[in-house]
Design a protein around this ligand. Structure first.
Ligand code: AMP
Length: 249
């Protein structure tokens, strides 16, 4: 079984995101970038399937600037076998990403495509679903458990108030939720080995995809600053403040 894993380069989840001073976008100058955490879970799941002998090859793909090679190298250090970078400096939106993934699905014929349920930069939660619509492949989104059987995959999904288990015929799409697994850390020897693993670079034009943006960002602004809290002397003062200042009771 061949698995294609989509990994996105995003601002590291520990970094406090800042808007550019003109409010046009998020400021990523000199900011630590990493693999989107849900994509790391996707890589981990694919690598575990390989370790179980279920998968034979894991391919990590990222679309974005040249520097996205770093995130592909991390996926290779975590256990993926080879990488594909679709290099573009355009603002790549979910429709363009899913069209490129569709082209790669046609080129590579994977049995499973594993994506994160969402990228933590724009919180779109669209790419896996759009890929499903474009390819007609069945999808198990928000996976918290994955079991591969002969020609099918069983996916337990985290839904409001419970779990739902679905059975999909392969080739299929899976998007990962937080509880699917706990990704490993890349060891130093594996980071060194990853440098020798093959990485192909393509362009959107090689895949025949027009990546023109369909959605225009009008403005980006940080959340309003929270005011410092105050201490009240007693319950009477608390009630008075809730009533007259906060006006919530
Ligand atoms: P989104 O729909 O943008 O929230 O992203 C959901 C998932 O799609 C991510 O977790 C990735 O697996 C995949 N994805 C989105 N953008 C990219 C990208 N530029 N390169 C590779 N994979 C991506």
């Amino acid at each position: 079984m061949k698995i294609l894993v989509a990994v996105k380069r995003v601002v590291d989840y520990n970094v406090k995101v800042r808007a550019k001073s003109d409010g046009t976008d998020v400021d990523i100058a000199n900011v630590k970038m990493s693999i989107n955490p849900f994509c790391e879970i996707a890589v981990e799941e694919a690598v575990r399937l390989k370790e179980k002998g279920v998968a034979t090859e894991v391919i990590a793909v990222s679309m974005g600037p040249k520097q996205a090679q770093e995130q592909i190298r991390t996926a290779l250090a975590l256990g993926a076998d080879r990488g594909i970078l679709v290099e573009s400096d355009e603002d790549l939106q979910p429709l363009a990403i899913s069209k490129m993934l569709k082209a790669l699905v046609e080129k590579e014929s994977p049995d499973l495509v594993i994506l994160g349920k969402q990228a933590i930069d724009a919180d779109n939660n669209q790419t896996g679903q759009m890929l499903g619509a474009l390819t007609g492949m069945p999808q198990g989104t928000f996976a918290s458990e994955v079991n591969v059987e002969e020609g099918t995959v069983q996916v337990t999904r985290e839904i409001d108030g419970g779990l739902q288990t679905v059975k999909l015929n392969t080739p299929a799409i899976i998007t990962t939720d937080l509880r699917l697994n706990e990704p490993r850390y890349a060891s130093l020897p594996n980071i060194m080995k990853a440098k020798k693993k093959p990485m192909e670079t393509l362009s959107p034009a090689d895949l025949g995809v027009d990546v023109a943006a369909r959605v225009k960002t009008l403005s980006v602004e940080p959340p309003a600053e929270r005011q410092a809290g105050i201490k009240v002397a007693d319950v009477a003062e608390l009630v008075e403040k809730l009533k007259n200042d906060a006006k919530v009771i």
